[in-house]
Design a protein around this ligand. Structure first.
Ligand code: GDP
Length: 347
C-alpha cells in the first residue's frame, strides 16, 4: 500500500468521491464545521476549491452561513525566501501555540503550484508534529488559474477555519512574486523571515515586502551563526527606522529566532499579543479588516465583470481581432477598448 505522509492525512481522504458527488447537505456541513469537525471542514474547503458551478453555489451559501461566526482569530502571514526555515518555524511556533491551548490552522498560498504543478512549498514532508495534532489543521495551497483565484479561495478558507474554532490562522507564502501582496490583503499581522548576514538585496527581499512586515525574524539564530544573527538584527532594526512609520502605530519589531531549536518563539508570541492589544485598542485592527473586505469586494467585482465581459458572445473574437490591429498600430489600445465596450453594451 502506498504510504501516506502526514500531509496527505490532513486532506480529506474522500477527495476523489467528492468531485463526483455533488449533493451536499449544507446543514450537515455547517454543523460539522461549527463543531470543529476536520472532515467536514476539509469537505467544505474542497467545495470552495471546486470549479463545478453547483459546488460554487453551495460553497457561497456555506460561506455566508459561516461568516457571522468568523473573525475571532489572529491571521498571521508568513513569508521568506525558500530555505529560510518557514516550515520548521511554523512547526515550532505552531507547537508552542498548541501547547498553550490555541487551535491553529496553517494555510499556504503558493503561486508556483499553478505554474509548475510541482510547488515550492508542497513537495516536502513538512510539519510532521503539527500534522499529527488534532489542534492543528493544515491545508496546502489551492490550485487555481490565477493568483487572484488562489487568494480568494484562501480568504474564504480562513472564514471556514475561524467558524470551526481555529484561533490562529497562519498563512504561509514563498518570498517570490506577487503572493505577498495577496497574503497581506488578508492578514492582520505579517511576519518576514530572514537569514543571518546579507542585506535584503542579497536575500532577494524587495523593499515592498520589507514595508509590509510587522515583525521581522532573523531566523536560524543558532550554532555558529548566533553572533552574526544578532548583528543582522541590529542592522535591520536600524534599517526599519528609515521606513515610514506604520499608520496603526505599531513600531516594527526585529527578533532573533531559531525554528529548529525553538529560540525566540515565546518572545515572538509576546510581540504578537502586544500587536493585538495595541491595534485593538486603537481600532486599527478592525479598520484594517474592514479595508480588506472592501478591497476584496472591489477585486471580486473587477474579476466578475471581466469574466462576464470576456464570456459574452462575440467579445473574445473581437478582442483577438482588435489585438492584432493594436499590435499592427492600426488602432490605438484605447480606441480598441472603447470598441469592445460598445460591442458589449450593444448586446
Ligand atoms: P522553508 O523552505 O523556508 O520552508 O525552509 P525549511 O523549514 O524547509 O528549512 C530549510 C532547511 O533549513 C532545512 O534543512 C531545515 O532543517 C533548516 N532549518 C530550518 N530552520 C532552521 C533553524 O532555525 N536553524 C537551523 N540551523 N537550520 C534550520
Amino acid at each position: 500500500m502506498e504510504s501516506k505522509t502526514p500531509r496527505d492525512r490532513s486532506i480529506n481522504p474522500k477527495l476523489k468521491n467528492l468531485r463526483r458527488n455533488i449533493n451536499f447537505d449544507i446543514d450537515q456541513l455547517f454543523e460539522g464545521i461549527r463543531k470543529g469537525d476536520i472532515v467536514h471542514l476539509s469537505k467544505a474547503i474542497t467545495l470552495i476549491e471546486s470549479t463545478h458551478p453547483k459546488h460554487t453555489e453551495i460553497a457561497r451559501k456555506l460561506i455566508d452561513r459561516c461568516l457571522p461566526f468568523s473573525g475571532d482569530s489572529i491571521r498571521i502571514g508568513i513569508t521568506g525566501t525558500p530555505g529560510v526555515g518557514k516550515s520548521t518555524f511554523i512547526e515550532s511556533y505552531g507547537s508552542f501555540l498548541i501547547e498553550n491551548g490555541t487551535k491553529i490552522a496553517v494555510l499556504t498560498i503558493d503561486p508556483t503550484s499553478q505554474i509548475s504543478k510541482g510547488s515550492i512549498l508542497g513537495d516536502k514532508t513538512r510539519m510532521e508534529k503539527l500534522s499529527a495534532s488534532e489542534m492543528a489543521f493544515i491545508r496546502p495551497s489551492p490550485a487555481g488559474d490565477s493568483l487572484g483565484g488562489v487568494a480568494r479561495k484562501t480568504r474564504e478558507t480562513i472564514i471556514l477555519c475561524e467558524a470551526a474554532g481555529f484561533k490562529r490562522i497562519l498563512i504561509e507564502t514563498v518570498g517570490v512574486g506577487q503572493s505577498e501582496t495577496a497574503v497581506h490583503s488578508m492578514v492582520d499581522l505579517f511576519l518576514l523571515l530572514l537569514l543571518p548576514g546579507g542585506g535584503d538585496e542579497l536575500q532577494g527581499i524587495k523593499r515592498g515586502i520589507m514595508e509590509m512586515a510587522d515583525i521581522v525574524l532573523v531566523n536560524k539564530t543558532d550554532d555558529d551563526r548566533v553572533n552574526l544573527a544578532k548583528e543582522t538584527r541590529r542592522d535591520y532594526k536600524n534599517a526599519m527606522h528609515l521606513l515610514p512609520a506604520k499608520e496603526n502605530g505599531w513600531p516594527v519589531k526585529v527578533l532573533n529566532t531559531s525554528g529548529l531549536h525553538g529560540i525566540g518563539i515565546k518572545e515572538l508570541e509576546e510581540e504578537v499579543q502586544g500587536f493585538e492589544a495595541l491595534t485593538k485598542s486603537n481600532q486599527s485592527f478592525n479598520l484594517k479588516r474592514q479595508n480588506q473586505s472592501s478591497y476584496w469586494l472591489e477585486e471580486s467585482l473587477n474579476q466578475q465583470l471581466l469574466d462576464t465581459f470576456k464570456n459574452k458572445d462575440g467579445i473574445k473574437e473581437l478582442l483577438e481581432t482588435l489585438k492584432t490591429q493594436v499590435t499592427d498600430h492600426k488602432i490605438s489600445p484605447f480606441h480598441a477598448a472603447e470598441l469592445l465596450i460598445k460591442e458589449f453594451l450593444k448586446q
